[in-house]
Design a protein around this ligand. Structure first.
Ligand SMILES: [Zn+2]
Length: 120
């Protein structure tokens, strides 16, 4: 995976991060401090479990989830794990990453996972 592509993706992700935060803040100014409190960049996964579901509506929770994914993707770029499928370890296609910059699984795995969850 070329550096230029990674730079492109990092920029895209940073733009998305800013957009999400702006959306959340426009929704409610108090979310600004909330976002900084509950989604620290270093342990976004752990923090997301602490969100009080009663306080946040569905839209906001979805945005926060996306924010987590975007931030995790940025972290993966920095640690050189970006674009690798977390399920099978294969490279995720650049087309797929351009469409979903925070994708963590390749197209094959996504299809397989969707089949699995549909079967349950
Ligand atoms: Zn895969």
């Amino acid at each position: 995976m070329g550096d230029a592509f990674l730079e492109e993706m990092e920029q895209l992700l940073c733009t998305q991060e800013e957009e999400i935060i702006r959306n959340l803040i426009s929704e409610n100014e108090s979310y600004e401090s909330l976002i900084n409190d509950i989604v620290p960049k270093d342990n976004a996964d752990q923090a997301s479990g602490d969100i009080d579901s009663k306080v946040l509506d569905v839209v906001v929770r979805r945005e926060l989830q996306k924010l987590n994914q975007v931030r995790n993707a940025i972290a993966r770029i920095k640690s050189n794990h970006y674009g690798i499928c977390i399920r099978c370890g294969n490279k995720i296609s650049q087309d797929r990453l351009r469409a979903i910059p925070y994708a963590t699984v390749c197209m094959d795995c996504k299809t397989a996972m969707e089949k699995n969850s549909a079967a349950k």
